[in-house]
Design a protein around this ligand. Structure first.
Ligand SMILES: [Zn+2]
Length: 415
């Protein structure tokens, strides 16, 4: 199971989404047993970054059925047949696809009826809007209804064999997370979420399964919220694969210490023991590799001349889990970063295997940094996916699972 990471730019965002009026309180929530044939009106549209292509390169686009192409606010092409695979490129302020030029900032390929838009090997419901970033990259952003999006998320986040109640709890957590991102990060960006582990893993239409669909349908529109009665707001409902025995505070990921509320951590969890990453063996990484990985992510680290050692500056309150570390250079200077960012840098570098979380001790053995006593997989904040599965197998309800990982949060119907 992938771990849940936040986009760094979201760290500083403090705004929260105020739920619309007319929401039903938790007592009104009941899982519906009948699948919903078509999504009801009022489901929000979510925007997911599904592909990025370097400036000057082209992206493969096609549709599986009827489609429209929209540019500069107009329908510029329409067909009841499918769009054959073509290379979409951008030159001199124009989009080019199948030898046609479209002078517009954005180009949208819209799936009509049951059709899907293919970008590369993936297929997406709704439409895909192509736009360019400031650095010239082509961004492909899938706009689709929240419930379809969640179906494509669940199928990638959980194992097929897992219990329906684990799926339902995950559906509510993922919907809450997406809602929060729409109201914060999405307000100032052309997309709300990414399709990878930096937000929620999303596989599009082809990833959907019947179980994922059923879990989304039976929890349709339900989100978690927290705050004083009558003023509850959705929050960033983090989740990760395996907490390793106790959930972490959201402080390990961002912001100031979190001492209360659903993301304060400290919740004991025995239900994730079935995960092979509940405990994991020591990982040894040479200082050269650590230094190279960090230098690629942090210019300040590249100026340190080499890695002398890693110092743990601050640990999480209830555990010995490092939160902040100093990267100490051979020139004596130090750069302070979050411990989780060390792990992400090593993962991006691609040389380090088996470092599943920062729920571990960090030791210096001279030439290498050793991560030992490792527990869990991912950041361990919020819902523990393996724990949710364990609780579902023990007979816990969806509400009980969510209460265990987001204590004090209430369920609301957002639409
Ligand atoms: Zn757990």
């Amino acid at each position: 199971m992938p771990d849940r990471r936040r986009h760094p730019a979201v760290y500083a965002v403090s705004a929260v989404v105020v739920l619309s009026a007319g929401l039903l309180a938790v007592s009104c929530y009941q899982c519906r047993s009948m699948p919903r044939p078509t999504p009801p009106a009022g489901i929000p549209i979510v925007r997911v970054l599904v592909a990025e292509v370097r400036a000057g390169e082209a992206v493969s686009v096609s549709t599986t059925g009827p489609y429209e192409i929209h540019a500069a606010g107009s329908v510029v092409a329409r067909s009841m047949a499918s769009l054959g695979e073509g290379k979409l490129s951008r030159r001199s302020g124009q989009w080019r696809l199948h030898a046609a030029d479209y002078p517009a900032d954005e180009l949208a390929v819209v799936a009509v009826g049951q059709s899907c838009v293919r970008v590369g090997s993936r297929a997406y419901r709704g439409k895909v809007v192509f736009t360019t970033a400031a650095n010239g990259k082509i961004l492909a952003v899938n706009h689709l209804d929240m419930e379809s999006y969640l179906t494509g998320v669940l199928a990638r986040e959980l194992y097929r064999s897992w219990h329906i109640r684990a799926y339902q709890a995950q559906a509510i957590a993922a919907r809450t997370y997406a809602f929060y991102e729409m109201g914060t990060f999405g307000r100032t960006h052309r997309y709300d979420l990414r399709a990878d582990q930096s937000s929620q893993v999303y596989g599009g239409f082809l990833a959907e399964t019947d179980k994922a669909r059923r879990a989304v349908e039976t929890t349709g529109g339900i989100v978690l919220a927290t705050g004083p009665e009558g003023h509850e707001k959705v929050f960033k409902a983090y989740y990760s694969s395996c907490c390793g025995g106790m959930t972490n505070s959201a402080y390990v990921l961002s912001g100031p210490p979190v001492t209360s509320g659903p993301l304060a951590g400290g919740q004991k969890c025995e239900d994730c023991k079935a995960s092979s990453r509940y405990r994991w063996p020591a990982v040894t990484v040479s200082k050269d590799i650590v230094y190279r990985a960090l230098s690629r992510q942090y210019r300040e680290v590249a100026d340190l001349g080499g890695l002398k050692t890693i110092e743990v500056v601050e640990e999480a309150g209830a555990s010995t889990r490092p939160v902040w570390i100093n990267v100490v250079g051979t020139n004596g200077r130090k750069v302070r970063i979050r411990a989780d960012d060390l792990r992400i840098s090593l993962l991006r570098d691609g040389q380090t295997r088996g470092l599943y979380s920062m729920n571990c001790r960090i030791r210096d053995t001279g030439d290498a940094i050793v991560f030992d006593g490792g527990r869990g997989f991912g950041h361990g904040v919020g819902l523990c996916q393996w724990g949710a599965q364990g609780k579902a197998l023990r007979g816990c309800s969806v509400q009980e699972i969510l209460q265990a990982y987001y204590p004090g949060a209430k369920l609301f119907r957002a639409y």
